[in-house]
Design a protein. Structure first.
Length: 261
């Protein structure tokens, strides 16, 4: 399969297919789904950590060489800072939108609808960035692209479950919420194709794009997912979380090994 076709297919899997799988997950009875979702989050945490530290960052270091190690470290720090600022802007925009909707409409339905629109916009931007990360990985090697796609899909499924619920609460029908959720996945393909043409003309930048992608995965895992796992700290839950995080890391390590053979 041509490289561009592979990038399009896998970015679609990362963006659109994860939304479809999330909706299938919502068909599970709610009490059972509520018990299962934290397990998916634990597994996704491990997958993101594994992809960042066992795949993306080593390949970035190998591509930059010893002379570029310092620049890779700076890129990693800068990437963490960029994702921190992006999250701050999203939170500010969301809070501001809720405040304005409350002051002008004064109804909870209006606030819910505003939240739904913000989710769609935020998902589109997020998916476009995921597409860029997948394309950067595939431009390095097919095996790295496969591993990166697995990590993206792992954290997208529980994320899309929450987004689907927000859209339904915002007043969208389940069928329309599904279509809109799937449509935001198209942004991953757009981001991937744009990155393919942009990075292919600047291959020297590729190791630093991988380091930036690693920073994104690390930030999502450490700042986005792990704090939620700490809400339950009883020994049994903590043990299950450690096992599932380890399983997520192991799956990524195995996938990279098999894809590289």
């Amino acid at each position: 399969m041509p490289l561009l076709a592979s990038i399009v297919v896998f970015s679609a899997l990362g963006g659109i297919a994860s939304a479809a799988l999330a909706v299938v997950f919502l068909w599970i009875p709610e009490p059972r789904a509520a018990r299962m979702l934290p397990h998916f989050v634990s597994f996704a945490t491990g997958a993101l950590l594994g992809a960042a530290l066992l795949a993306l960052l080593p390949d970035a270091m190998a591509g930059a060489g010893v002379a570029g190690a310092h620049a890779i470290g700076l890129t990693l720090i800068a990437g963490l800072g960029v994702f921190f600022v992006i999250e701050k802007l999203v939170l500010w925009w969301h809070t501001r939108g809720d405040e304005e909707t409350h002051s002008h409409a004064g109804h909870s339905h209006g606030r819910d609808h505003a939240s739904g629109v913000l989710v769609l916009v935020g998902d589109s931007v997020h998916n476009a960035l995921d597409g860029v990360l997948i394309a950067a990985a595939f431009l390095t090697s097919v095996s790295l692209g496969v591993v990166t796609t697995l990590a993206v899909a792992a954290h997208e499924i529980p994320h899309r479950v929450g987004d689907f619920a927000i859209l339904v609460q915002a007043g969208f029908s389940r069928s329309r919420a599904l279509l809109l959720n799937l449509a935001t996945g198209l942004a991953s393909i757009i981001g991937a194709v744009a990155a393919y043409y942009g990075l292919r003309r600047a291959l020297d930048v590729l190791p630093y794009a991988l380091a930036f992608a690693a920073a994104g995965f690390l930030y999502i895992a450490v700042a986005g997912l792990i704090p939620g796992l700490h809400r339950r700290s009883d020994p049994r839950t903590s043990l299950v979380q450690v096992i599932l995080i380890s399983l997520g890391i192991a799956v990524i390590a195995l996938a990279e090994h098999l894809a590289g053979e």
